[in-house]
Design a protein around this ligand. Structure first.
Ligand code: AMP
Length: 114
């Protein structure tokens, strides 16, 4: 989608530090990491958020979840543990309107999730 930051990253128009890529999904390092490992996993197809997903997106979004776990494995944080977060809408402070998962790890997280 025009004017979408993550669509531009997926298209290679804006640089990113790529961690994983396949036909449907791109994973890259967050520009402002909040943990030693902070990777964003996005569908290449524009979906604004979970609220906008359609039946036809089911396979790609299931794949997205599995890629998040694969990224954790590649980053060596499966044994120590990791958190997968997806902010959705205003109160959750979603700042980029292109569905994405944050894969966070490499340190012990707070008890509070929010
Ligand atoms: P959210 O606030 O959940 O929508 O997450 C958006 C994330 O995108 C934030 O953690 C930002 O730090 C990250 N971000 C914004 N611009 C870039 C960029 N050009 N490359 C990588 N990460 C970015």
């Amino acid at each position: 989608m025009k004017d979408c930051l993550f669509c531009k990253i997926a298209a290679g128009e804006i640089p990113s530090t790529k961690v994983y890529e396949d036909e449907q999904v791109l994973a890259f390092r967050d520009i402002a990491p909040q943990a030693p490992v902070h990777v964003l996993v996005i569908p290449k197809k524009h979906v604004s958020g979970w609220y906008a997903a359609k039946d036809e997106d089911d396979a790609a979004l299931a794949h997205l979840m599995r890629v998040a776990a694969e990224v954790a494995r590649m980053e060596g944080i499966v044994e120590s543990g990791f958190r997968v977060v997806s902010n959705c809408g205003k109160d959750a402070r979603q700042s980029v309107e292109h569905l994405h998962l944050h894969v966070l790890g490499g340190r012990e997280m707070e008890d509070q999730m929010a």
